[in-house]
Design a binder for this molecule. Structure first.
Ligand code: CP3
Length: 343
């Protein structure tokens, strides 16, 4: 039996079916909130913001003050790892991430151990947030999954990922070596996060789309499994949420093969597919369309009720299918969360 203060999110991840699902939103911290936009003007640049524990803790806590959310997600970014491994990373305002040339893979392999130390501030952020957050509210740590991070490292920016996929075919040994470096660095980073207060760990595979089944096995299933096994071997039993966004029918392969406690579903996930994953013994999370959250109105209420009706007969975490869009009205976010929590 769980303690009365056991966070609802942890109960769902332990496989409990609850009277109502826990709720949190990807990108709940960020530009949709006026207080975030104000805080952001005080940061030199986005990377220094992520590496400033006081400021990052404040950004993490802003949505927790405003909304009755069941979990906070640490304010950081998936591109802090390539930087910690020695690749140049910066953000062009209004455009997104930019990365310098890919360093030699052997040079990055030599940096794996040191990389975790270069991410120590994220551990400090987690400690500050955990100390301030009520015990009923869970704290989530995260990392980008190796393939998604590799797409940015190889292409130097956000893109359609076709160059990265071509690289996977033309240079399989180099790609595998790069993924191995990322698996090792990511596992160490997640162990550090768990030791710093993260009660849940999420792997963001934001670009799991368009992958053939054999490629999906090699660059998604295998590295995710390796990361989780390494974290477990370090004595950490923190539950994992895996998010293979865009994987379509391969989401079920993912759920069956990767030892995550929960699978986060994107907007396209069907009701029956989610139910089959629950029947297979895993918790599911998702999958409200972020455009519908932005649009609001009766269609938003109806879809929230529909998702709960279709999935809350098993372990379920309410969330979006992708992150909150920056121009989402705050009233819609508030209304959606209250519709789920019933207050
Ligand atoms: O609230 C939260 O979800 C926690 C913080 C968080 C951020 N990035 C902060 C952020 C998380 C979990 C991420 C993950 C992330 N970062 C992903 C995976 C999730 C997804 O959305 O698919 C990816 C692909 C990235 C890489 C990234 N970071 C991009 C492509 C961009 C630019 C696009 C954009 O939205 O501006 C970022 C920047 C970023 N990361 C912002 C925030 C709040 C906006 C930066 C700003 O304030 O100017």
């Amino acid at each position: 039996m769980s303690e009365p203060t056991t966070p609802r999110l942890l109960r769902a991840l332990a496989g409990e079916t609850l009277d109502r699902p826990p709720v949190w939103f990807m990108r709940q911290a960020g530009r949709s909130l006026p207080e975030y936009r104000e805080l952001r003007t005080r940061a030199q640049d986005f990377i220094s913001f992520c590496h400033d524990p006081e400021m990052a803790a404040e950004a993490t806590l802003q949505p927790m003050r405003r909304f009755p959310l069941d979990a906070a997600i640490v304010f950081a970014d998936i591109l802090l790892i390539p930087r910690a491994l020695g690749q140049k990373v910066w953000f062009e305002t209004g455009e997104g991430p930019r990365l310098g040339p890919l360093p030699p893979i052997e040079a990055m392999a030599d940096q794996v151990e040191a990389s975790t130390g270069r991410l120590a501030e994220i551990g400090e952020t987690l400690k500050i947030v955990r100390a301030k957050l009520e015990p009923e509210r869970a704290l989530i740590g995260f990392a980008g999954a190796p393939w998604t991070v590799a797409t940015y490292m190889l292409e130097g920016r956000g893109s359609d990922r076709s160059a990265a996929r071509t690289y996977a075919y033309q240079h399989p040994d180099e790609l595998d070596a790069l993924l191995d470096v990322l698996v090792e660095a990511t596992a160490r980073y997640l162990v550090m996060q768990a030791k710093s207060g993260a009660q849940v760990l999420k792997l963001f595979e934001s670009w799991a789309e368009h992958l053939a089944e054999d490629v999906f096995e090699r660059i998604v299933v295998k590295p995710h499994t390796a990361i989780i096994e390494k974290v477990r071997a370090a004595g950490i039993d923190t539950p994992f949420i895996g998010f293979p966004r865009g994987a379509g029918a391969l989401v079920e392969t993912y759920a069956a093969r990767v030892p995550v406690e929960a699978v986060a579903l994107d907007t396209q996930a069907s009701a029956v597919m989610g139910q089959r994953i629950q029947d297979g013994g895993k918790t599911i999370q998702g999958a409200l369309d972020n455009l519908l959250l932005r649009a609001g109105g009766p269609a938003l209420d109806a879809r929230i009720d529909g998702l709960i009706a279709q999935w809350n007969d098993g372990p379920y975490i309410f969330n979006l299918g992708h992150g909150v869009l920056p121009d989402t009205p705050v009233e819609n976010i508030e209304r959606a969360i209250r519709r789920v929590t019933g207050n």
